[in-house]
Design a protein around this ligand. Structure first.
Ligand code: MF3
Ligand code: CO
Length: 249
């Protein structure tokens, strides 16, 4: 069942997502060669605590950290550690909080120092596909309009969309219905309605779309070892179209 939110509930979700956006924008300034992914995790926790919120991922299905840090061929759910980020790496930062009854969730992928043009293009196309998907969010459109437009954008650029992980509804729970694949056919699926809050999160591979999960039971990597990027926004559907609750400043 898809849970529709009242305007005052959307305002609460906005407050949660504002914290997520603030934390991600502060993390963005920390990402440089030499920083460890574990340091980024600790910093995110500190900032969240300061704002009176709780990290959403910590303890979720046993996930032991607050932030997901996915480096290079890691797609999503990479775990913070003593790993030092190197010039030329790309790193996905996925972060969520719980605040006053509502969840916020967003992700960005960043270059570490100077990166290759191919890696930069992957990041740009992934972010662009997220915004193309968001543009499809209006009453009367269907879920497949989001999925199909993300897939078209990604494949037109010569990249592939991950199938095994999807976006999701969000609100009083981190994951609610509907599931939001990043591939599919326009015009299919449930109708988009004002009051829905959706987390759209394209995961885009430089090579083949296939992924596998490492022995740690969390880290998702590309099967072919090529790069992957991830962007996510939490978006409310209003009578006037999409309202991006997790927009970074
Ligand atoms: N943004 C991801 C999601 O919505 C983060 C989940 S990581 C987990 O699924 F650790 F919480 F599972
Ligand atoms: Co999510």
């Amino acid at each position: 069942m898809v849970i529709l939110k009242l305007p005052e509930e959307i305002e609460r979700a906005r407050a949660s997502n504002k914290i997520v956006a603030e934390v991600l924008s502060k993390l963005r300034d920390k990402v440089k060669p030499g920083v460890t992914t574990g340091e980024l995790d600790k910093f995110a926790e500190l900032l969240t605590e300061k704002r009176g919120a709780k990290p959403a991922f910590k303890g979720y299905r046993g996930y032991p950290h607050s932030l997901c840090t996915s480096v290079n061929e890691e797609v999503v759910h990479g775990m913070p550690s003593a790993r030092v980020l190197q010039e030329g790496d790309i790193v996905g930062l996925d972060f969520g909080v719980f605040y006053k009854g509502f969840f916020g969730d967003a992700a960005i992928t960043l270059p570490v120092g100077k990166i290759s043009p191919g890696a930069m293009k992957l990041i740009e196309v992934t972010q662009q596909s997220l915004y193309v998907g968001i543009e499809q969010i209006k009453e009367g459109n269907r879920l497949g309009d989001i999925s199909g437009s993300v897939q078209q954008t990604v494949e037109a650029a010569g990249f592939s969309v991950v199938r095994d992980f999807v976006g999701h509804g969000i609100g009083r729970n981190l994951h609610e219905e509907p599931q939001i694949p990043n591939y599919g056919k326009r015009g299919r699926g449930i109708e988009l309605r004002s009051g829905m809050i959706l987390a759209i999160e394209p995961m885009v591979n430089q090579g083949e779309y296939k992924v596998k999960i490492l022995q740690d039971c969390w880290t998702v990597v590309t099967e072919d070892g090529k790069l992957s990027a991830h962007f996510e926004h939490t978006v409310a559907i209003t009578d006037n179209g999409p309202d991006i609750l997790s927009e970074l400043n």
